[in-house]
Design a protein around this ligand. Structure first.
Ligand code: PLP
Length: 388
């Protein structure tokens, strides 16, 4: 067994009076949440802010819940620097429903009318899913793809196809571990981006985008809430047949309360944002995230056993796949299996790669401390030494 076997398993509660069992969770999502957030949620479970109720029991239209959603939106605006002409929506259905809502609202046409052009860059499995939905409602141009090298890079972004009503990218590709090295210039064509696995991980110039969306379960909070940030002039163009629940204009007009919003998820998001603000905001977390990623990439680049399959110019800060070198077939699979099992026994969990790509992957979102990455590297060094 390896030396680090117990280090990840014990965490001190924030008041330092006791130890509790916590693992370092490298899951791609749902993923780790900051311990102080979980502790505060636990402490407030039966009585939130002196109301004598759990957030789960509150009427979403009550004076008790309103400050919670307003706080969540206010903090998100402050931390991300969202300009005043953008709306923030708290929706449901995950990032996957946005694959449909974006084309329905930005490119949808009345029945019988000519379809509108959409440009999309294919950088992985999530981009492909977004493309499949966009093709149902618009004329889709896939302007570039990195499928030829297993999505291990981000292709140069071509200009939008003529007449495009929006241009879609997947900013951080959770499964293959790439991130756009720069925001593509799409001229006057609004840029829409899936930022599910990178939101708030480092500064991002929101004003360069027409629309951003993110499922909460990577960097924001629990699964079940989706954040959409949309420029006001793009809100109102859905054709009449689009269901009310799928229309940005209706959710916007109702302040994300057309129906019951995911209240508890929004509450946890507010706690996560308060934690992030105490930490120093997006600049500060960006520095920590760059440090974590550098530690891990430097280790991989010097390892005899593992390597990163991703081009250096577009490596993700959040999701880092790694693959055994020079081992093929059953031996490779055996090594991967043994790695994942021994890591889990050492309190380093969820390191298997995506079921469609295999290998291993460490997702190191905002809530993963530097110590977690250091523990993983120590484990991997020790694992390497144990190999024949
Ligand atoms: C996780 C993820 C999704 C899927 O999110 P759901 O909330 O499960 O629909 C989509 N895009 C990216 C980039 C993701 O990381």
């Amino acid at each position: 067994m390896h030396e680090v076997q117990q280090t990840a398993r014990l965490a001190r509660t924030s008041h330092c009076k006791e130890y509790i069992m916590r693992v370092y969770n490298f899951s791609p999502g749902p993923s780790m949440l900051p311990l102080p957030v979980l502790e505060q949620a636990a402490a407030e479970m039966t009585d939130t802010g002196g109301t004598g109720q759990s957030v789960m029991e509150m009427s979403h239209r009550s004076g008790d819940f309103r400050p919670i959603i307003e706080n969540a939106e206010g903090l998100l605006r402050e931390l991300l620097g969202i300009p005043g002409n953008y709306r923030v929506l708290f929706l449901q259905g995950g990032a996957s429903l946005q694959f449909s809502m974006v084309p329905l609202n930005l490119a949808g046409v009345e029945q019988g009318a000519a379809k509108k052009r959409i440009t999309l860059v294919d950088t992985g499995i999530w981009a492909k899913k977004a493309a499949a939905e966009a093709a149902k409602y618009g004329e889709l141009t896939i302007a570039a793809s990195s499928a030829d090298r297993a999505y291990g890079y981000i292709p140069p972004a071509p200009a939008p196809a003529a007449g495009s009503v929006y241009y879609h990218i997947t900013w951080n590709n959770t499964i293959v571990g790439t991130k756009w090295p720069a925001i593509p210039d799409t001229g006057s064509v609004p840029l829409a981006a899936d930022i599910s696995s990178a939101i708030l991980s480092e500064p991002l110039d929101v004003s360069r985008f027409g629309l951003l969306y993110a499922g909460a379960q990577k960097n924001l909070g629990p699964a079940g809430t989706t954040v959409v940030i949309i420029r006001e002039d793009l809100m109102g163009s859905a054709p009449s047949w689009v269901p009310a629940m799928l229309r940005y204009d209706i959710h916007g007009k109702e302040g994300s309360m057309y129906n019951t919003p995911p209240c508890y998820g929004i509450y946890i998001i507010a706690l996560v944002l308060e934690w992030l603000k105490r930490l120093g905001g997006v600049e500060a977390i960006g520095e920590i995230n760059r440090k974590k990623a550098k530690l891990f990439y430097d280790y991989l680049d010097s390892s005899r056993t593992f390597y990163s399959p991703v081009d250096r110019s577009c490596r993700s800060l959040m999701n880092i796949p790694f693959i055994p070198r020079e081992t093929e077939g059953p031996r490779k699979e055996e090594l991967e299996k043994r790695f994942v099992a021994e890591a889990a026994a050492a309190g380093l969990v969820n390191l298997a790669g995506h079921r469609l790509v295999g290998g291993m992957r460490a997702s190191i979102y905002n809530a993963m401390p530097v110590e977690g990455v250091e523990a993983l590297i120590r484990f991997m060094e020790s694992f390497e030494k144990s190999l024949p």
